[in-house]
Every structure is written in C-alpha cells, then in structure tokens.
Design a protein around this ligand. Structure first.
Ligand SMILES: C[S@@+](CC[C@H](N)C(=O)[O-])C[C@H]1O[C@@H](n2cnc3c(N)ncnc32)[C@H](O)[C@@H]1O
Length: 329
C-alpha cells in the first residue's frame, strides 16, 4: 500500500513538473514544432526566431521534465517529443489552437526550414544521379547486402513490391523476378529517369512514380512487400517514413529496411547530404512484428537489415501513426 502511494506521489510530482516545464510560451512552441518531427537546435532557433543558447536552455528544461527526448548524432543533436511519458504532450497539442498566429508562423518557418533541407538534398541527388550506383558501392559491398536481402523474399511469397526511394531502381530489378508487380517511388526526376531506363530494359512488370515517401500514392493495405533501401538516413522524420511504409502493407506483408548502424562519419552528412548517421534497433520502431535483424559489417560502415511483418490489423504501427497524425499542428 505504501509502495502504491509512493508511486502515485512520484507520478503526480512528475506531472506537476511537466506542467511547470510546459507552461511557458517558447517551450510550448517547441513542443508544437517537435510534434512535427525531429529537429536540430539550429533549426528550432530559426523557427522560433531566438538564439541557439536560449533555445538550448528551453530544450534542457523540457528534456529534464521528460517532455522531449534528445538524440546525439556526431555534431548534431535532434529533439523530438518523448514517447514514453505521460499523456501531457498529446493533451497540450490537442488544446493548442492550430490557427493561433504564433503557431501558424512557426509552422510556416518550419516548412521553410524543411524546404531548404529538401532543396539541398534534391540538388545533391540530381548532381549524383548518374554516379549513384558507384557512390553506393563505397558504403558497403552491395552484392553481399543484396544476397542477404533476397533471402528475406522467398520467390512467389509476395505479389506487389513497393520500393520507397528507389533511386536508380536497383532493388526493384533485384526483386522483380520474385514478385508479380514492382512499384518504385522517388521524388527525384533525375533518379527516376535512370530507374525508368533500367526498367525499360527488363521484362519485369515495373512501374515508377514521382512521389514523396511521406505521402505514398497508394491506399492503405495495398502492397505485399515494402523496401526502404539506404533511404532512411536521408529522411527528416524517419519514423514518419516508416509509419507511411507500414500503412500501405497488407496483413501478412513484410517491411524490409536496409540502412546503416549508428556511425560517426560526419563527412557523409557534410558531403553526401545524409541527415542521420545510422540507426540503432531502438530507433527503428516499425510498430510491426520484428522478425529479424541482420548486421553486415563493412570496412567503415555496418549495414543493418531490419525485417518486420504485419500480421494482422492490431499490428498496425499505432504509436507511430498516432505520432504522425496528432502531430499535424
Ligand atoms: C541513397 S539513394 C538510395 C536509392 C536506392 N534505394 C538504392 O539503394 O539504390 C536515396 C534515394 O532516396 C530518394 N529520396 C530522398 N528523399 C525522398 C523523398 N522525400 N521522397 C522520395 N524519395 C526520396 C532520393 O531521391 C534517392 O533516390
């Protein structure tokens, strides 16, 4: 009984601490911005129109109260809403008027920050479209990775394959002989041009679409297999990309994510537009049933394959989808 009372006391105290931390204009704006995805301090400073040291002080208060989580990656730290906490952040976000002028202008500045980042990435991809396969070979031995990937796609087990961020269409071509239909999605015309050229030279049933990985042009539960091959480390909000990929999977479908394990090669960010320096298992939360994780060490980078299946409706990535949906302030 005493223990229960103590625990209750701790919970109430935590709740009060969180209310105190959130009850300040800038910090409430930070919560609203972080609800839209992970943001670095420099980006939050642009959105809020405040200096980085000032924003950092607010971030520390929010983090100490357990309202936001931080993830350090090389020289950058990203902030997002804490998932394992009270319902307070969700309640606050519910109560904030999305048409409030302060929130509206923060949202506009956040959109501008994202556009700038996307423009940099687009410029990089356009400039490197032709050499992409060669650049890819620098990361890890693609042959080995692809052999392991194939082992998770038994021939004939999956009908429609969707490759998100398909680039030059290499993964589509690899899996095409084992599926009925292949769809590649990418937001770079330059990449798609090369993928189209490759698909045109094969007999496989491959379709390519210019689209954003955050808003796939496919209905819920419409494909059997989704791959995200060396794409997630470019994402502004990886968890939203994963949730969107899981959304289009049918029950029984499979999600295969191939990306780097955490590393500290900052140069990939500076020179190759990587947004994230790899992912830990904990960061790759699909909301599906994790089947297996396989690590393929390379010289400088370890490639990881995360295999997750959607067994039934209850398996939908509810947490992630809720985060993405509720976050639309
Ligand atoms: C490193 S390439 C990987 C290409 C391919 N998956 C492979 O492994 O060969 C990353 C790809 O993600 C695409 N991409 C980046 N941001 C995207 C977005 N928001 N929506 C769709 N594709 C995106 C890029 O255009 C690029 O083709």
């Amino acid at each position: 009984m005493k223990i229960a009372t103590e625990e209750m006391g701790r919970f109430v105290q935590r709740f009060v601490d969180q209310l105190r931390a959130a009850a300040e204009l800038t910090r409430m704006r930070i919560l609203a911005a972080c609800a839209q995805g992970e943001l670095a301090v420099s980006e939050l400073a642009q959105i809020l129109g405040q200096s980085q040291p000032r924003v950092s002080r607010h971030l520390k208060i929010l983090a100490d109260a357990g309202l936001i989580a931080s993830m350090r990656e090389g020289n950058w730290t990203f902030y997002r809403l804490e998932r394992n906490t009270t319902r307070l952040p969700a309640m606050i976000l519910d109560l904030i008027d999305r048409n409030d002028p302060i929130i509206v202008s923060d949202r506009q500045r956040l959109a501008a920050v994202r556009e700038r980042r996307q423009a940099e990435a687009d410029a990089y991809f356009s400039a490197h479209a032709a050499q992409w396969d060669a650049i890819r070979a620098l990361h890890a031995d693609p042959g080995v990775v692809e052999r392991h990937l194939l082992a998770f796609v038994p021939s004939g087990a999956y009908g429609v394959h969707l490759d998100v961020g398909t680039g030059t269409g290499r993964i589509l071509a690899l899996l095409a002989p084992h599926v009925r239909e292949s769809i590649g999605v990418d937001n770079s015309r330059a990449m798609l041009a090369i993928a189209r050229d490759r698909a045109g030279r094969s007999d496989a049933n491959i379709g390519l679409r210019l689209a954003d990985m955050y808003a796939l042009p496919l209905s819920d539960a419409s494909v059997d297999l989704v791959t995200l091959h060396l794409v997630l480390h470019y994402a502004e909000a990886p968890e939203q990309v994963v949730a969107e990929a899981a959304r289009v999977l049918i029950p029984g479908g499979r999600l295969l994510i191939v990306d780097f394990a955490p590393h500290d090669i900052e140069e990939l960010r500076l020179r190759h537009a990587h947004r994230r320096l790899g992912f830990s298992d904990e960061q790759v939360q699909t909301g599906l049933t994790s089947v297996q994780t396989e690590m393929l060490p390379g010289q400088a980078l370890t490639v990881t394959i995360w295999v997750a299946d959607r067994h039934e409706a209850a398996d939908m990535p509810s947490d992630l989808r809720r985060t993405a949906a509720e976050a639309s302030i």
